[in-house]
Design a protein around this ligand. Structure first.
Ligand code: AMP
Length: 187
């Protein structure tokens, strides 16, 4: 089963995707984590990624799509993908459809974790202390939220036409969100 977890930064996509990965024995596809790994290598691409991330901007589709293509074409991961933080723009969403189609796969469920801006800021301020992420400071958080609203909202419109699109109230307790997701995927 391939699932997309969708929503603003701090919506709880990472938490739910880690749970689903264990439960379904699937693979988490977090472009944020993959990009952070690339930064650690301190390559030229890594330095560019770091700059974009710390400014709250998106990393280019060219870089992200290339990383994604490798994962989708990995036969071990076929039909076992939990997307967390990808796709984030309409062009990425269309590219994902194309890659899945080419590899004989589809998206089974799309969950939109809906959370308002005030709660996001509160959650990311807390996460900053726990995870020590360089992009979790107030200025970058606000920029990331604006980037999300501008670039990711059209993806929401695109997916909301899909019969397997489900909106979940992301301000609820973690367990309640998990229960609602599980009800849709019948596990
Ligand atoms: P995340 O860990 O998902 O919150 O992502 C952290 C940062 O990584 C984002 O603010 C972007 O700079 C970058 N990033 C993650 N996923 C993508 C993506 N699909 N497209 C472009 N940039 C991304």
């Amino acid at each position: 089963m391939n699932i997309i977890l969708f929503g603003p930064p701090g919506a709880g996509k990472g938490t739910q995707s880690k749970y689903l990965v264990n439960k379904l024995n699937n693979f988490q596809v977090s472009t944020g984590d993959i990009l952070r790994e690339e930064i650690k290598k301190n390559s030229i691409i890594g330095q560019q990624i770091k700059k974009n991330m710390n400014e709250g901007k998106f990393v280019s589709d060219e870089i992200v799509n290339e990383l994604i293509e490798k994962i989708i074409n990995d036969t071990q991961k076929k039909d076992k993908l939990i997307f967390d933080g990808y796709p984030r723009s309409l062009s990425q969403a269309k590219y994902l459809d194309l890659l899945l189609d080419k590899s004989g796969q589809k998206i089974d469920h799309i969950f939109f974790l809906n959370v308002n801006k005030d709660i996001i800021i509160e959650r990311i301020e807390k996460r900053k202390i726990l995870e020590n992420r360089a992009d979790d400071n107030t200025e970058t958080i606000l920029k990331r939220y604006d980037t999300y609203m501008e670039t990711t909202r059209p993806v929401l419109e695109f997916y909301s036409q899909n019969p397997n699109f489900h909106e979940i109230n992301g301000t609820q307790e973690i367990d309640q969100i998990t229960k609602e997701i599980e009800a849709f995927i019948n596990v």
